[in-house]
Write a protein that binds this ligand. Structure first.
Ligand code: GUN
Length: 283
C-alpha cells in the first residue's frame, strides 16, 4: 500500500487559522503584532520569498513591513538599522533575508538581532536555547517538520530518526528537536559512507540536503515516515525534493510531497514565531 501523504497545505492552513485567532485576541487588547523584514540587494528568489512573507503576515492580521536596501549597503548601516529595530517596542519580530551580499558577514548580522525578536531562530542564543531546552525561537523549517510529525500522532519516544544534512538552520536544529522528543538521532551528511545502511534503520527520515534523489526506495524501511525538506528542480524544471517521491512512496508509511509539504509549513511557522514574540513582549 502506498504511503499516506502528510499534507503541508492543509496543516499550514489550520495553523494559520489558529495564529489569526490569537492575533485577533492580541489586537482586542490594543497590541498590533509587527514583523520587520529586511532585504538587501535584488536576488530574485529572495524578492519572491519576502513578498510571500509579507502577504502571509497580512492575511493573518500581522503587520509586516519590507525594507529594501541596495546591494552595496555598507554592513555598518545594516547593523545600525537592526539596532534601531531592536529598540523599537512596536516591532516584535525582525527577519533579515538571506543570502546577504558577499561583503557582509551574515552570522554577524544575525547576531545583531535581539534574541527576543529573532523569529527566524538563527541567532546563537536561539540555537543555544533549543540545545538546552529553554524557551527561544525554533527555526521555522524544522519546527514545521515537527508539527507534521505531531499531526499524524507519531510518537518519537524510543524511535530512530535519521537526518540527512547538517546545516545550521535545518539539519542540526532538526536533530535537537527530535532528541527533545526522546528519539535516537543520527545526523548524516550526503557523503556519509553507505548512507542507505543508516537510513534503513530509521523510523523517521528527514532529507535536507538540497540534491535530488538523495533518498531512494531501497534506502527506506517499510512503513517509515519520510520528510522531504529539499527544494530542487527536475529535468523538466518542475519543483521536486531530495526524495525520489514515486519510488519511496511505495515503501514508506507516510511521506511529505514537494511542493505542498514542508514549504507551506515553514511559511506558517514564521507567523507562529512572530505571534509568539508579540505575546511574550506583552507578558
Ligand atoms: N532565505 C531562504 N530561506 C530563508 C529563511 O527562512 N530566512 C531568512 N532570513 N532567509 C532565508
Amino acid at each position: 500500500m502506498p504511503a499516506q501523504l502528510i499534507d503541508g497545505i492543509a496543516l499550514s492552513k489550520s495553523i494559520r487559522a489558529d495564529v489569526a485567532h490569537r492575533i485577533a485576541h492580541l489586537k482586542s487588547r490594543g497590541i498590533q503584532p509587527r514583523l520587520s523584514i529586511v532585504l538587501v540587494g535584488d536576488d530574485p528568489a529572495s524578492q519572491v520569498y519576502t513578498r510571500h512573507k509579507v502577504n502571509d503576515s497580512t492575511e493573518t492580521g500581522l503587520e509586516a513591513t519590507l525594507e529594501r536596501y541596495p546591494a552595496d549597503l555598507p554592513e555598518a548601516d545594516l547593523l545600525a538599522r537592526i539596532r534601531t529595530l531592536n529598540a523599537d517596542p512596536a516591532v516584535h519580530g525582525i527577519l533579515v533575508q538571506l543570502p546577504l551580499p558577499a561583503h557582509m558577514d551574515a552570522q554577524k548580522v544575525i547576531e545583531a538581532i535581539a534574541p527576543s525578536k529573532d523569529v527566524d531562530g538563527f541567532h546563537v542564543s536561539s540555537a543555544g536555547a533549543l540545545m538546552v531546552g529553554r524557551p527561544g525561537f525554533w527555526p521555522c523549517t524544522p519546527y514545521g517538520c515537527m508539527k507534521m510529525l505531531e499531526s499524524i500522532g507519531f510518537s518519537l519516544r524510543g524511535k530512530h530518526a535519521v537526518v540527512i544534512g547538517r546545516s545550521n538552520i535545518v539539519g542540526k536544529p532538526m536533530a535537537m528537536m527530535l532528541l527533545q522528543q526522546n528519539a535516537t538521532v543520527t545526523i548524516c551528511h550526503s557523503a556519509t559512507a553507505d548512507l542507505g545502511a543508516m537510513t534503513r534503520q530509521a523510523d523517521v527520515i528527514v532529507a535536507a540536503v538540497g540534491k535530488r534523489n538523495v533518498l531512494t526506495a531501497d534506502m527506506v524501511k517499510p512503513g517509515a515516515v519520510v520528510i522531504d525538506v529539499g527544494m530542487n528542480r527536475n529535468d523538466e524544471g518542475k519543483l521536486c525534493g531530495d526524495v525520489d517521491f514515486e519510488g519511496v512512496r511505495q515503501v514508506a508509511g507516510w511521506i511529505t510531497p514537494v511542493p505542498g509539504g514542508v514549504g507551506p509549513m515553514t511559511r506558517a511557522m514564521l507567523l507562529v514565531n512572530t505571534l509568539e514574540a508579540a505575546e511574550r513582549a506583552t507578558r
